[in-house]
Design a protein around this ligand. Structure first.
Ligand code: AP5
Length: 218
């Protein structure tokens, strides 16, 4: 399967991507996670990305396209892209990368959720410093407050989940990323998912939709 998860910040893309990637045995490629890892490692890429991420702005297209291209060249047999593409220029670059190897996307799942829900989800998100697992203080709390269930690492609030940065990220989403809904509608790849429900309900509906994509490809 070659999948893209599209949607506003906090829509639940990363939460669902982890289980979907495991189910279909494809790599989960999150550009946000890759940039945060580069930052943790203090690489030039990470330091450059930080300037943009801290302000809720998009990292320049050429930088992000470069890291995704390198990653896609190192894998075969499908992928799940989470948070990429995020601009029409990135979507066109992805089409060109796939065309080079005679591949195409199977589906673009659009996580449709209202802005109030997004703000609630992001303000309650806690992330593990060690393994990157995500929690929510109300919807998906860890067993012990502040401690990751999976690895025992510390949980923290991402700098870009603070209210003023969330507002900027939403504005950037509306301006730069929302046009991709039409872009993929025109390619007849868009599958719209009501993502405002519980994690379980969204997950079940998602698996149903992806099973249909699988069946239609026979
Ligand atoms: P990135 O890390 O990709 O952030 P994002 O797209 O803004 O996505 P999020 O991780 O905030 O949200 P999500 O949809 O994955 O939600 P999650 O599942 O965690 O990007 C960060 C930055 O990196 C960008 O601002 C930009 O600077 C840069 N960047 C990354 N990619 C780029 C690109 N392609 N081009 C340029 N720059 C790029 O869920 C959120 C919370 O809600 C969690 O607490 C979760 O537990 C909870 N939750 C999830 N689902 C539910 C549910 N159904 N019910 C209740 N709670 C739920």
């Amino acid at each position: 399967m070659r999948l893209v998860f599209l949607g506003p910040p906090g829509a639940g893309k990363g939460t669902q991507a982890k289980s979907v990637a495991a189910r279909y045995d494809v790599p989960h490629i999150s550009t946000g996670d890759m940039l945060r890892e580069a930052l943790r490692n203090g690489t030039p890429l990470g330091l450059k990305a930080k300037e943009y991420m801290d302000g809720g702005l998009l990292v320049p297209d050429d930088v992000v396209v470069g890291i995704v291209k390198d990653k896609l060249e190192s894998i075969s047999d499908g992928f799940l892209l989470d948070g990429f593409p995020r601009t029409v220029a990135q979507a066109e670059a992805l089409d060109a990368i796939l065309a080079e190897s005679g591949e195409k996307l199977d589906s673009v799942v659009y996580f449709d959720v209202d802005e109030n829900t997004v703000v609630r989800r992001l303000s309650g998100r806690r992330t593990c410093r060690s393994c990157g697992a995500n929690y929510h203080v109300e919807a998906m709390p860890p067993k012990t407050e502040g401690v990751c269930d999976k690895c025992g690492g510390d949980l923290y609030q991402r700098d870009d989940d603070k209210p003023e940065v969330v507002r900027e990220r939403l504005a950037v989403y509306r301006e730069e990323t929302a046009p991709l809904i039409e872009y993929y509608q025109e390619q007849r790849l868009l599958d719209e998912l009501e993502a405002g429900k519980s994690v379980d309900e969204v997950g079940k509906e998602l698996i149903k939709r992806l099973s249909e994509v699988e069946r239609s490809e026979g």
